[in-house]
Write a protein of this length. Structure first.
Lengths: 348, 399
């Protein structure tokens, strides 16, 4: 990474960390901070930054384990709108999302599947997607949809459209808001079918790449915080007349947590870079980063709970918040085992 | 990593070079060779690499190196992909000795030894002792000053390649009264000096490249002191981390471009009943996991070298890389041995000059302990990572 980029990221990170530490980060604050439109070009009211900067924000939100609708409402929404064909409607919506005026959610398959969950038969739309991030509060829903010949397109519906149901799906992780999005035989208008720009399969694949890396950023942030918290705790907590962090059983566990975080960081850097460059290896890099980081986060945070002892198991300590979020992240957009299986197809 | 056009050209030139220069069939001809043949092969391969500018790419340009990190990664990737022999004999000289001389040596010492290393001077490390392993600072070998000479007495252990070495990097105690880390000095020892007895020790793989060095009234001129008298511990601490990044870039590229590909090949071989391990979902899963870990390792190694060059490497970074590589090598060769099965047990020797993943999987697996134990055991690395990297309270140790 070029030095100027690194400085820019450090600055962005410091500002984000400050905001996340002191305030409840709601939608309007994120809009004010310019996070939502980061990646949109200036002509649409954005900051013309790249996914690399978005990744910094995602990492910081993960570190703070904050409930925000950044993933669904900004990262996936802007990402999806950017890969659709430009026209007045698309441009208007992109501008409205960038400024924070309109909330959009994208009903991607969240179970690791690689095909859209909605089908168009003529102009009759049907389908169901579960665990869609931040769909419950969206005013507009983007539904990746397969036409009868298998071409991915995007059905764009207002949330109050008759025949569209968005139902909140409460999960153990209270920091995420997920919903089931379903449509049963809804006749839609031609103007509600938006096309991907260029190769539609590839563009849809890029959205999945982006979703995987976004979740990996969050999980790495979760791990980083829990490692730091654990290190502080074991350096202070005394038993047998010594800080427990001086015992090898404890310090070696912390060392292993750091190694996992460091390896994850390298995999994430490579994946973020691949997404920014739209590299042909992007899917491989994102599968590696997502599967490894999200699995490691559960291990790292599980160890954090263990090393905090009885206190770590209390509701009040908050370690459970991180553990639940990490466990959810591990499953969101595909499990590590499924991703490894996908990677292994390259060896056959 | 996305290659720039310049790097693409460089990669193409390394590939062309490899196609012409990697000795055909060396694995077969180097299996079961005598020690003399091994030394001859190593020296001539070193000379080949040197004439191409590939032997010491990590050295500063003024001494014959000067490749960027990105170029080194490409070089090692291509050498591994073309199954080039490894530099085994020159390893301590081009890495440990060179980095010690560059960081802590005098101009005269550098002029004396760096060109000599390029001419084939072989080095060995004389650090560990029977009673000073993980607790290296407890070393007992003494160096008593008499005028401008030190008289050395003691015993060194695990001196890898000791029987072929021309020079030795030696730690010895010069002040027995001082606290243990304050009374050690760092010397360059000419191995032709009278009073040195070298005895090979057979290791678990059956090879005898480790040696014991018995030192009896061995004289070292004071001009062969590296750094100041009684500050040898600090010099060793400084130089050990510095060379780690360079050595690891090569090893990580080997693992990714040699070892992993052979592992996939083994998994594709039909076993009893004609089934291929690769068609088993569990095997696929473990291969993918290993590939991910190797990819992470390669990133760690590149970063370590870049950060070391920029002077911003963290105090635990070399230990993180060493620990991760060692244990990954062990996991990978373990899996290789499991997949290769009984036939791998009939490979009684592996080719000399091959890497840590030679494809003789059982021997490679047994040999992987040569990474998790020497150079600071995995347990010591975890202490360093926790104490220097994370700032956790130290274990009670004497100073």
């Amino acid at each position: 990474m070029a030095a100027e980029n690194r400085d820019l990221h450090d600055e962005l990170r410091a500002v984000a960390r400050g905001l996340l530490a002191t305030q409840r980060v709601d939608w309007s604050l994120m809009a004010q901070a310019g996070w939502i439109g980061l990646e949109a070009s200036e002509s649409f009211g954005g900051a013309d930054a790249s996914f690399a900067e978005v990744a910094v924000i995602l990492d910081e939100i993960g570190r703070a384990a904050k409930p925000t609708s950044y993933l669904g409402g900004a990262v996936l929404a802007i990402g999806a709108l950017k890969v659709l064909e430009a026209n007045d409607s698309r441009d208007q919506l992109l501008t409205a999302v960038s400024s924070g005026a309109t909330k959009v959610a994208v009903a991607l398959p969240t179970d690791g599947g690689s095909r859209p969950r909605f089908r168009l038969d003529g102009l009759r739309l049907s389908g169901l997607a579960e665990f869609v991030p931040d769909a419950g509060e969206a005013e507009v829903l983007l539904l990746p949809t397969e036409e009868s010949d298998g071409t991915p397109v995007m059905a764009v519906l207002r949330a109050d459209a008759a025949g569209l149901a968005v139902t909140a799906q409460p999960v153990l992780d209270e920091t995420r808001r997920l919903a089931v999005v379903s449509v049963t035989g809804l006749d839609i208008d031609n103007t509600e079918v938006w096309r991907f720009d260029g190769d539609a399969q590839q563009a849809f694949g890029r959205l999945l790449d982006r979703a995987r890396v976004a979740v990996a950023c969050d999980s790495l942030g979760l791990s980083e915080t829990m490692l730091a918290t654990t290190v502080s705790y074991v350096a202070l907590r005394q038993q047998f007349g010594r800080p427990i962090g001086s015992f090898q059983a404890v310090k070696h566990a912390c060392a292993d947590m750091l190694v996992q975080v460091e390896v994850g960081r390298r995999l994430l850097d490579a994946a973020v870079d691949a997404v920014v460059q739209a590299s042909p290896d992007a899917t491989t890099a994102t599968l590696m980063a997502k599967s490894h980081i999200c699995a490691a986060a559960v291990d790292v945070i599980g160890k954090a709970m263990q090393l905090h002892g009885g206190m770590g198991y209390t509701w009040e300590s908050g370690v459970h918040v991180y553990l639940k979020r990490a466990a959810l992240n591990r499953s969101l957009f595909g499990s590590p085992a499924a991703h490894r299986k996908q990677l292994a197809q390259r060896y056959l | 990593m996305t290659l720039t056009p310049d790097l693409d050209d460089f990669a193409a030139s390394v590939r062309a070079w490899c196609a012409q220069h990697v000795p055909a069939g060396w694995r077969d001809t180097q299996t079961g060779v005598s020690d003399e043949e091994f030394v001859h092969f190593q020296k001539s391969w070193f000379a080949e690499l040197l004439s191409a500018g590939f032997a010491v790419p990590h050295w500063p340009a003024e001494w014959g190196g000067g490749m960027s990190v990105a170029e080194q990664v490409v070089l090692y990737r291509e050498l591994a992909a073309h199954d080039a022999p490894r530099l085994v004999l020159a390893f301590v000289g081009i890495h440990h000795a060179a980095s010690t001389l560059l960081i802590a040596g005098t101009d005269e010492q550098r002029r004396r030894h760096l060109p000599a290393i390029l001419d084939g001077e072989i080095w060995v490390q004389g650090f560990s002792e029977p009673e000073a392993g993980s607790d290296l600072a407890a070393l007992r070998t003494t160096a008593r000053r008499v005028g401008e000479t030190f008289i050395v007495n003691g015993q060194k252990l695990w001196a890898s390649g000791g029987m072929h070495a021309d020079w030795c990097l030696l730690l010895a105690r010069t002040d027995p009264e001082a606290p243990k880390r304050r009374g050690i000095s760092y010397f360059l020892l000419d191995m032709t000096t009278p009073g040195i007895d070298v005895r090979p020790i057979r290791n678990a793989v059956g090879e005898s490249h480790f040696c014991e060095l018995f030192l009896t009234d061995v004289e070292i001129p004071a001009t062969n002191l590296i750094g100041l008298e009684n500050e040898g511990w600090q010099v060793a601490q400084q130089t050990l981390g510095a060379e780690r990044g360079m050595t690891m870039v090569e090893l990580a590229e080997r693992l990714g471009n040699g070892g992993f590909r052979w592992l996939v090949d083994v998994c594709r071989q039909p076993g009893p009943g004609g089934t291929r391990p690769i068609d088993d979902a569990v095997v696929q899963d473990r291969l993918a996991q290993l590939e991910i870990e190797i990819t992470g390792l390669r990133g760690l190694c590149r970063d370590l070298v870049e950060r070391s060059d920029a002077g911003v490497a963290g105090p635990a970074d070399p230990s993180i890389v060493k620990l991760y590589y060692s244990e990954l090598l062990q996991r990978m060769t373990d899996f290789g041995a499991e997949i290769a099965g009984l036939p791998a047990h009939t490979q009684l020797t592996k080719p000399a000059s091959s890497g840590w993943e030679s494809g003789s999987w059982v021997l490679d697996f047994i040999g992987s302990w040569e990474w998790t134990i020497p150079g600071g055991t995995s347990e010591i690395q975890r202490n360093i990572i926790a104490e220097r990297g994370l700032g956790l309270p130290r274990e009670p140790t004497a100073l």
